[in-house]
Structure formats: C-alpha cells, structure tokens
Design a protein. Structure first.
Length: 267
C-alpha cells in the first residue's frame, strides 16, 4: 500500500481508500478516494502544504486533489499551531471562515469555539448552522431576529456584509413590526402590521411600547377572525404584570383602528 493510504470498506462491502497524514504529532484524516493513487496524491499534497509556508490560501487550485476545506485546515494548523476541523484561518484578534479562496466571513476570536464545532451552510443568501438538530440562522447569535432586513433592522457599520465582528454589527430594530425613526428634533418608534399591505398601528416614545402595540394589534386582528399567523414580540426585560398593564393601556391611533376595522371599545 502506498504511503499515507489504507483500505476501507463501505457497509455494502465496496472497497475504497482513505488518506491521512501525521503532522505535529497529530493524525489528520485527508478524505476518502475511489482508488489508491488518488489517496496517495492527497497524502503528498498535504505533505507539501505542511512543509512549505510559501503555499497559502490563494495557492489553491480546483485541480488540487484535497478539498478546499482540508487545505484551509492544514494551512491554519501549520501557521497557527491550532488544529480546527472547520475551514478557519486564525488572526490575532479575529478569524476568517472560508467557503472559497476569496469567499469568507470574518468573526471575533470570541466566536472561535462555536464556529470550530459548527459548520456554516449557505442557502438563498442566508447563513445557517446545524444546532441541536435545527437549522439556526447565525444572525440570531448577535441578537438579530429572523425577520430582520439588512439596512433597516440592522447594519454592518463598515459596509462589509461579510464582517460579523460585534463591533461591526449595529441592531437598529429589535422587534417585529417596529422601526426606529429619527427627525431633526426627536427619535420615535413606528409600529406597522401587515394585512394585505402595511397598516400603521401607531408611533411611540419607546421601542418597548411600539413592540407591545404590535402584539396588541395582532391580538385584535385574531379576535376579528383574521387567520394570519402574526409573530409575537417577546419583551425579555419586562415582567408579566408590567406587560399586561402596558398591553391594556397602550393606544392604537384612530386611523389605524379604522383601517383595521376594529371597534374602539375593544382592548
């Protein structure tokens, strides 16, 4: 058997070949291959990467036998003395998570443990990880809701939508149906609810009031028999009694009441 190669069999008995390398006293699997020659090429390629620091991330070519993910893992281990199973390259205070040589995300070092054990998936412009059997949008780690719209509900301060460092993420609107508004003289929060178009529920001094107003409007619509499923805003820093008091007393303006076709005496 060629160096770095050993035989293995699938459950159905099919023969295949695995490749591995020992580097810095660590046994590293390089992948599975249909034939012995390909597995050996992977072993030789890994040897070149780990012994030649002139080989970098940009050196990768689709014709390489090793998968790009494994290429990153080996270069990071060579340069930073830390073995990480996911395609991460460490810097002093942050790291890159790679999909391709020029396609990556940037994270704070504080996120390293999480992303070293969770692979990021990309689908339809959304970024997910598998967590406890569920697909979780990575934005939720930063307090950004699933319904959030970039530029409206949150923004990347430096304009780079691949930079997920906490200093670069600014949450503008925390609640569904609520938008922060600013004029030359004041800041207020506008609540809208969507029923065949956006309907203005009201404008409020605080974000919490605006969020509760949305919940009240949703409750009223359900009482009127509207079957649409409205998401609920959860106010984590408010106790149950305070929430109920605000829900009972919060006002919805007259124009919205008419558009929603809700009687004024309904709470």
């Amino acid at each position: 058997m060629l160096p770095g190669v050993y035989e293995a069999r699938k459950k159905d008995g099919t023969l295949y070949f695995r490749s591995s390398i020992t580097y810095k006293n660590k046994h590293i699997s390089l992948g599975s291959y249909d034939n012995e020659e390909s597995a050996h090429k992977a072993y030789l390629e890994a040897g070149r990467i780990t012994s030649d620091d002139r080989i970098d991330i940009d050196s990768y070519d689709p014709e390489n036998i090793l998968a790009f993910k494994k290429w990153i893992v080996l270069i990071n281990y060579r340069d930073n003395d830390m073995y990480v199973k996911t395609p991460i390259y460490l810097k002093e205070k942050f790291f890159y998570y790679y999909f391709a040589p020029e396609d990556y995300l940037i994270f704070d070092s504080d996120d390293l443990f999480y992303y070293s054990t969770h692979s990021i998936m990309r689908r339809g412009g959304h970024l997910f990880v598998a967590d406890f059997g569920m697909q979780v949008n990575i934005l939720s780690r930063y307090g950004i809701k699933n319904f959030a719209v970039p530029g409206r509900d949150y923004q990347f301060i430096n304009g780079n939508p691949t930079d997920f460092r906490s200093s670069n993420l600014k949450v503008i609107n925390n609640y569904h149906g609520v938008q922060k508004k600013e004029t030359a003289t004041r800041v207020y929060y506008e609540t809208k609810i969507h029923v065949n178009g956006d309907i203005l529920v009201g404008r409020y001094k605080t974000e919490t009031e605006a969020a509760v107003a949305y919940n009240k409007a949703a409750n009223l619509l359900k009482l009127k028999g509207i079957k649409k499923s409205f998401p609920k805003n959860y106010i984590v820093d408010m106790d149950t009694d305070s929430y109920k008091t605000m829900l009972d007393t919060i006002k919805i303006n007259d124009n919205s009441l008419k558009k929603l076709n809700i009687r004024r005496d309904m709470k």
